[in-house]
Write a new protein. Sequence first.
Length: 319
Amino acid sequence: MLISIIIINYNSERYIERCINSLLCQLNNETELIIVDDCSTDNGVEVIKRLIGVSNKNTKLICNQTNLGVAETRNIGIMSAIGEYLIFVDSDDYVTDDYVSTLTNSIKDSHSDILLFDFTLCDSNGSKKVQNPEFSSKEAYISALLQSRMHNSLWNKLIRRNLIIENDIFMPLSINMFEDKSICYKLFYYAKSVTNTKRNIYFYDTTNANSITRQNPKRHIAPALVLLDGVDSFFSDKTVSLLINDAIQINKVLICGLIALYGSEDIRTNEQFRFKNIPIRHFFKGGKIPLHYRLSALLYRYNCTLLLTAFHQVIKFLN
């Protein structure tokens, strides 16, 4: 088996049929489709059974006995895959008619550890094509991922399965946000080769109101801290370049801004030690960080409590 395509389903009844149908017609002897349901409470599993029940293609449905969360459920998908390569498709997204053939042909040509492709972003304003940036070094990719200057999602990256298994790069079990970002930089660190196909073969649909990415930002704080600890731990015993060190600091600025804006007084007090050594230049350098995050992070980093409170009031007024 060459490619394993993995879908994690949780209460996606409204979208899952579109997602699966976009894939079923393309499956062949070199591809398998694995769907892992994480104890959905809607009728999504019945839809899945109906769709794959009439298919004689390589399909597999796994149903968790208890709700495990997206990270652990993805790990189950990884361990269940038999393909040399694997890729995730989000249950509320869908793919183009040449998705499988593009992945298959591109990976046979390149034999890369990671294969990138472009996508179409679909939101309430319509759709627009999004291109991956292309870099000449792994370090540049890692830097861009940590700074969120390129998409950290796993759904636009075909990955050699052994890259995950041999380097023990699994999702942190304690989070349901930033789980992709928590492993993407590690994958690129260990990858021997990366190929960017520049083909647009995926539709990223952000209109799902129940999506985790649309949760209250306060719920992003705990997983962001897990991400922060993971980055620090991973690079602690490695010699890093100035490029990657800058990216690590800019990632801290983003998380610092998140806590400054949405953290409770206790959280801000307890977590401030993590950010006290961020050099001031990184608050204004690189990264895809909104201005109000940067300013809030700067005020928080330098313990300007009154100014931070006043800035919060300004933001509320403008919103």
